[in-house]
Design a protein around this ligand. Structure first.
Ligand SMILES: [Zn+2]
Ligand SMILES: [Zn+2]
Length: 116
């Protein structure tokens, strides 16, 4: 999926940089059709009448909330501390793709300042 209406699509990443399932989306400047896909995947989702469907099989795209535990490493202590979870919504085609695991990988953050 590179072009729509004869124009090259510019894909932009929309997910957390730590995501297990990074995806990107784009919009055709000519017809306004939205597209999204997981980075590196051949399965493309297309937005039709406000609903995301799979370009390959026309199934309705489903979303899984993937939760990443955040581990905050306070430099002056040897132990790390668990912070909040970062949630992200990961789209997938229920026919063409496996459902993403709702348990995302741990995100390590080094706490460098103590402002809230
Ligand atoms: Zn188009
Ligand atoms: Zn599909």
């Amino acid at each position: 999926m590179k072009e729509c209406c004869g124009k090259v699509l510019k894909w932009e990443t929309q997910s957390l940089k730590e995501s297990d399932y990074p995806f990107e989306d784009t919009k055709c400047a000519e017809c306004g059709t939205g597209y999204a896909r997981k980075i590196g995947s051949k399965i493309v989702y297309v937005k039709k009448d406000g609903v995301w469907i799979c370009l390959s099989c026309s199934s309705k795209i489903e979303l899984v909330v993937v939760s990443h535990p955040i581990l905050i490493d306070r430099g002056y202590r040897s132990s790390a501390e668990t912070g909040k979870n970062a949630n992200e919504q990961v789209p997938f085609c229920p026919k063409c793709e496996m459902a993403p695991s709702p348990e995302g990988k741990v995100i390590h953050r080094i706490r460098t300042n103590f402002k809230k």
